[in-house]
Design a protein around this ligand. Structure first.
Ligand code: F6P
Length: 482
């Protein structure tokens, strides 16, 4: 079995003395896959993400980190200890074109409906070159998989970075059984069809090279069917979730990803989290909390979340001085100007709220942009309310992690546009992510909910969140290949 994804379970940074320091790969996809892919002993093909990764991959034969290398390199266990990790040494320009320009600007923004607000695409000659980079990057992955896969092996290709790989593998190695999994939403056809025609077709055809295409929610699978029908003229069966195109049939599957409750609780009880929890509790001095945890990512809708908190304080003076909005964010994709500007806007609005309401002994918004997972777990533990309001999100694991860890039960204010709303909608307070007023009202309701109701809702949220842990989600993808 092989797994292919842009990010792998391990990445390297350069220490001050010039040495290479290993880190756990970031993001929801890696957390979902690490333990299970590791346990199956899969070969995990990923990109070297920078100079430190490139140097690390060159230091081992064929760029393959064997299990003992992974162990040796890792300061903290990532649970990927049985996987062989093959890091692809892709030149920096090709990587930039594929990852920054095509995947994270164009495709990310189209699937999250962020065009025109943050990004105004111009598909001219520069984009053609970027697209060629995306094709070359996908080809490097496909060739690496084709080289390493045993006859008839199963290949699990992950996400929008690698949409062309299944089609390329079908040409290179028709004996392989390939699944693709989308961790993002899928754009509706009116939006998707604004991509240049050859790009829109290639992405769909590439993905339809797979035997099985997985999505996190039924909404995203249906949108994919709609696009295949509209753009390719493919024959789709909405009830059976199949697409027939160019003489082949691809089956679609809906596999929601949840969290491993036991593992998460164990991680959240370690000393680094305990220390951060104690420090945060001391700062809060018994005040109630509205917690959010995100990457500094446009789709996460942090600015509107802050505006909703401001409306809450303006409309309900009883919360002034009594509630702290703890907003912890991980820096993300800072190479892209849209992300840098967004992060600046988040910081600006937080500061405005603190200027408007803050006093000598109360800071209404505690916002930190830092790569600190233990800090996020500490915040979940102390959450009274968890705010998850993305404008659109494939799943959103924060909505699932928080209720598992909240010590006294948290109320969840959740966007209808997160994939997680399909499973958690019954016990969350659902909001339209654009409706700041409605979000403020939901925050008020969450803060004033009777404690017993909050705890019992939270117990049910935690049960739903842990119903499909990563092992089962992974097994569903493998089983779908027969
Ligand atoms: O599908 C979403 C995803 O790829 C997740 O793995 C993760 O949450 C995020 O995007 C990571 O983005 P990046 O790898 O660009 O930092």
């Amino acid at each position: 079995m092989l797994v292919a994804s842009n990010r792998g379970p391990v990445t390297f940074v350069r220490a001050e003395d010039g040495g290479l320091v290993p880190r756990r790969g970031g993001g929801g996809l890696v957390s979902g896959l690490s333990a299970v892919a590791g346990a199956t002993g899969a070969l995990w093909v990923c990109a070297a993400l920078g100079d430190a990764d490139r140097e690390a991959s060159r230091s081992v034969p064929g760029g393959r980190l064997a299990p003992h290398d992974v162990d040796r390199h890792l300061g903290e266990p990532v649970g990927a200890g049985h996987a062989v990790v093959r890091m692809l040494d892709i030149d920096a320009l090709t990587f930039h074109r594929a990852y920054d320009a095509v995947a994270n600007s164009t495709l990310w923004f189209v699937h999250h409906l962020l065009w025109s607000t943050a990004f105004t695409p111009v598909f001219g000659a520069p984009f053609t070159r970027e697209w060629e980079g995306y094709v070359a990057y996908n080809r490097t992955f496909a060739e690496a998989v084709a080289e390493d896969a045993a006859p008839g092996a199963k290949v699990l290709v992950q996400d929008y970075h690698l949409s062309l790989v299944p089609g390329m593998l079908r040409d290179l190695r028709p004996d392989l059984r390939t699944a693709h999994f989308s961790h993002t939403p899928w754009a509706p056809p009116d939006y998707y069809a604004l991509l240049p025609a050859r790009v829109a077709r290639s992405l769909l055809e590439g993905l339809l090279g797979a035997d099985h295409a997985g999505f996190l929610s039924v909404r995203w699978a249906r949108a994919f069917l709609d696009c295949a029908e509209r753009v390719l003229g493919a024959r789709v069966d909405r009830a059976a979730l199949t697409v027939e195109h160019a003489g082949r049939t691809t089956r679609l599957g809906v596999h929601p990803l949840g969290v491993d409750g036991a593992e998460l609780r164990e991680r959240a009880a370690r000393p680094d989290v305990e220390a951060r929890r104690a420090a945060l509790a001391e700062d809060l001095r018994g005040r109630r909390t509205v917690v959010r945890v995100d990457r500094t990512e446009l789709s996460k809708n942090i600015v509107r979340g802050l505006l909703a908190f401001r409306e809450l304080l303006r409309g309900h003076p009883e919360h002034v001085g009594e509630v702290v909005h703890v907003a912890f964010a991980y820096p993300s994709r800072a190479e892209l100007p849209e992300y840098r500007e967004y992060t600046a806007a988040v910081l600006r609005v937080a500061e405005e709220i603190n200027d408007e309401f803050g006093t000598d002994d109360w800071q209404p918004v505690v916002l930190q942009v830092e790569d600190d997972y233990a800090r996020s777990l500490a915040a979940y533990r102390l959450a009274d309310v968890l705010l998850v309001n993305p404008v659109r999100d494939g799943m959103n694991l924060v909505a699932k992690e928080g209720p598992v860890l909240a010590e006294d039960g948290c109320a969840l204010v959740l966007s209808t546009e997160a994939g997680a709303a399909e499973e958690l909608g019954g016990d969350a307070l659902l909001v339209n992510p654009y409706d700041v007023g409605e979000t403020a009202d939901a925050l008020h309701r969450a803060l004033t909910m009777p404690p017993e109701e909050r705890r019992s809702r939270c117990r049910r949220l935690a049960a739903a969140a842990t119903a499909v842990p990563p092992e089962r989600w992974f097994a569903a993808q493998v089983d779908a290949l027969g």
